[in-house]
Design a protein around this ligand. Structure first.
Ligand code: ATP
Ligand code: MG
Length: 430
């Protein structure tokens, strides 16, 4: 036998019954997006490498070391498997002049790719839900997007304060960050002996990222570093106050985290993260913020924008950690079919039920044939179905089918006329 092939490291198969949890989650997401008026967008998984280099910035974890980039052997194009989807959405909106008639509220669900060290909650192919509002200056829309996160946690059964918490910050505008940056470099230079290699490398290129460091030895000099919030001007502060008062008005608690800076270059003003302390080091489950400069940076007509991205694997791990029951819907009916002679009638009856909206699992022959009735009943039980319909020879000869409750042992078996099956279906659905 040939060697069995395996999936690429860090890229997972999502199989039943686990996949039912994903569908449950995605259903909640789609319902949420409908409630808030966000429309679905689907952009390609492969984009020109330049989109991410220009969009995310050269000195970011993603562009420096996490992208799956390759040359198209057919024509030499430089391509990348998308590591995130904000840049792709912005490209699509610009390419199709979508903002010509005003703002757009959009969402996506799909795989992203980053070449990281795989561990619990961190994979090389992972999945995100993202919501983006383009063409709105905020701060009302910033608050709306944050509140959508809270609404989703509630729909999933996650509890604010226990499972998830909101962190908030403002990155101000570029000129404010320039002044803060100078103060930051001066501060870290004064403590150069305490910086690790990563930080020393970032000192001139992206000192804000040093604040993001998880190196315990550097925490004291990070704590004492000048805070960006102290460098914001009146307009930026007013925007931040606008977001805060909207959240306060609906009673959403948050913590202001001056060290929340986001890994990507394109953010300004509002940044936020929903975090959990139940997943170890992988604490960020949803991260977002305003990225007003990005559309122009990617060649579009300047327009403000704000959005977030949520890691689906991490949310589902959290759902599991919080012991939230995910309803898995078994079939309503299992059709027991003694042999090939009964199969055409059974198939017709099953089709009638399905057309009426009843879920039906019809027994199918295996390599060893249809199997004994006993074996079929075992399968019917294991399927979780509420009823077994038994297409026995005697019943069929009378134009009937036997119906047995699989959940209520005391309920007597009954017979249904084949013509009465549609009526029984409406009884089941009532
Ligand atoms: P982290 O600090 O954990 O690396 P990040 O800042 O790189 O996260 P974002 O680029 O903001 O993450 O992506 C948004 C969300 O996507 C994260 O909050 C997280 O839930 C999820 N995510 C990011 N990278 C991965 C990954 N490799 N595997 C699984 N989920 C991920
Ligand atoms: Mg990362």
């Amino acid at each position: 036998m040939a060697d069995a092939l395996r999936a690429v490291k860090g890229m997972n198969d999502i199989l039943p019954p686990e996949s039912a949890r994903w569908e449950w989650f995605e259903d909640k997401v789609r319902a949420l997006m409908r409630r808030y008026g966000y429309a679905n967008v689907r952009t390609p998984i492969v984009e020109p490498t330049a989109l991410f280099v220009r969009g995310l910035g050269e000195v970011t974890d993603i562009v420096e070391k996490e992208m799956y980039s390759f040359e198209d052997a057919m024509n030499g194009d430089r391509l990348t498997l998308r590591p995130e989807n904000t840049a792709g959405v912005v490209r699509a909106m610009t390419e199709h002049s979508f903002l010509r008639d005003g703002g757009k509220r959009l969402f996506y669900i799909g795989p992203m790719f980053r070449h990281e060290r795989p561990q619990k909650g961190r994979y090389r192919q992972f999945h995100q839900v993202g919501a983006e509002a383009l063409g709105y200056a905020g701060p009302d829309v910033d608050a709306e997007l944050i509140l959508m996160g809270r609404a989703l946690w509630r729909d999933l059964g996650l509890v604010e304060g226990r499972d998830v918490a909101l962190e908030l910050n403002s990155l101000g505008q570029a000129d404010e960050r320039v002044r803060h940056r100078a103060a930051l470099i001066a501060h870290f230079e004064a403590h150069a002996d305490r910086l690790d290699e990563d930080a020393r490398r970032r000192l001139q290129s992206n000192p804000l990222r040093i604040l993001d460091s998880k190196n315990a030895a550097m925490q004291p000099i990070i704590e004492s570093a000048p805070k960006l919030l102290d460098f914001l001007g009146a307009e930026s502060l007013a925007h931040f106050a606008g977001v805060r008062s909207a959240l306060d008005a609906v009673g959403l608690a948050y913590r202001i985290n001056p060290r929340l800076v986001r890994g990507l270059d394109y953010y300004n003003l509002t940044v936020f993260e929903w975090v959990t302390d139940r997943l170890g080091a992988q604490s960020a489950i949803c991260a977002g913020g305003r990225y007003d400069p990005l559309i122009a940076q990617l060649g579009g007509k300047p327009a403000p924008a704000v959005g977030w991205g949520m890691g689906i694997e991490r949310v589902l791990l959290l759902v599991q950690e919080a012991a939230i029951e995910v309803p898995i819907e078994p079939p309503c009916v299992y059709a027991v079919v003694p042999g090939p002679a009964a199969a055409p009638t059974a198939m017709r009856v099953c089709e009638t039920l399905r057309a009426a909206g009843v879920s039906v699992l019809m027994h199918a022959a295996g390599e060893a044939g249809w199997g004994s009735l006993k074996a079929q009943f075992r399968r019917a039980d294991a399927s979780g179905a509420r009823y077994a319909l038994i297409f026995g020879d005697d019943e069929l000869a009378r134009g009937e089918v036997a119906c047995k409750s699989l959940r209520d042992a005391s309920a007597p078996q009954r017979t249904l006329a084949l013509e009465a099956v549609a009526g029984w279906a409406s009884e089941l659905l009532a």
